[in-house]
Ligand binder design. Structure first.
Ligand code: BV8
Ligand code: ZN
Length: 240
């Protein structure tokens, strides 16, 4: 049930922030970080693989995990949640989309400039000198070597224990300070410091709306729209 007051507030708002997590891509068929992994990766926990230590210990295994994740993306497309967010953004020129996701489904749905706090699995860089490296075929089983320093190629994502990209972080913080409404969509609100973004907005006076079928730590600070983003967001958009 969507409160009339929320529809009114969204109609009047100019500066709306969309803050998304893996749940916004769930209805596209991409497993979330909390979903059990499948196939040969079923026995591994993402939190253990997405770390510099795992890559240092076994670069080929971590590289193959990311290559598998890239291949999985070949069969997924944006779902109605991504399209609804892009449609909201088209109506609200001052809106900002901040995502924790490393997929490119927001871009494919037409969002003009998603801010990726955790990088992108479709960008590579050298694990030693950090220089950007080209994308490679997703079936390449061993990480290529950097032409500059000979280091190993790694995905340009933020691993656990690594700092977030400073420009993206500062831009997201500044947008959170100015936002009138933040829609937190499909995130378990457990990964920091990204999870601070909606909290900063709320402390600055924003209304926080949460779209999630489950309870999260944001429940107590948000107006909760309980349900899948691919259903809730198109419905919300249709009422504006
Ligand atoms: C850092 C890229 C320091 C990699 C990712 C103890 C307490 C607090 C914090 C910590 C702690 N111990 C360690 C930390 C810090 C740690 C952290 O937060 N750990 C957590 C797990 C406790 N954070 C870090 O390490 C960060 N770095 O702190 O560095 C530092 C500082 C300065 C200088 C140097 C170092 C880095 C964190 C970034 C990690 N990288 N991704 C990759 O993808 O391979 S995070 C990764 O997990 C994802 O990208 C995503 O962001 C995150 C998972 O979160 P969600 O997106 O929320 O997804 P999740 O699966 O959790 O939840 C899905 C939600 O969707 C659920 O709520 C579900 O109900 C909902 N849902 C399901 N279906 C739907 C739906 N919603 C709507 N519709 C649906 N249909
Ligand atoms: Zn290098």
């Amino acid at each position: 049930m969507v409160p009339a007051a929320l529809v009114e507030a969204l109609r009047a708002a100019k500066r709306v922030m969309f803050f998304t997590g893996a749940g916004v891509s769930a209805e596209s068929g991409l497993p979330t970080f909390r979903d059990a992994q499948t196939g040969l990766w079923a026995n591994y926990k993402p939190q253990d693989l997405a770390t510099p230590e795992a890559f240092a210990r076994d670069p080929e295994m971590v590289w193959r995990w990311y290559q598998w994740r890239r291949r999985v993306h070949a069969d997924v497309a944006p779902n109605p949640a991504h399209h609804a967010i892009a449609a909201f953004e088209a109506r609200l020129p001052e809106s900002v989309l901040v995502t924790q996701n490393v997929d490119r489904l927001h871009e494919l749905a037409g969002s003009p400039a998603p801010i990726h706090l955790h990088g992108s699995v479709f960008r590579n860089k050298c694990a030693s000198c950090g220089v950007a490296m080209p994308e490679v075929p997703h079936d390449l089983e061993t990480p290529p070597r950097c032409e500059v320093c000979g280091g190993l190629c790694r995905p340009d994502v933020v691993w656990f224990g690594e700092g977030l990209p400073q420009d993206e972080w500062k831009t997201a913080l500044a947008a959170a300070e100015r936002a009138e409404i933040v829609l937190s969509i499909g995130t378990s609100a457990t990964v920091h410091p990204a999870a601070r973004i909606p909290l900063v907005a709320r402390e600055a006076g924003a209304l926080v709306v949460q779209v999630n079928p489950e309870v999260t730590p944001f429940d107590r600070i948000a107006l909760n729209l309980r349900g899948p983003a691919g259903v809730v967001l198109p419905d919300l958009l249709s009422r504006l």
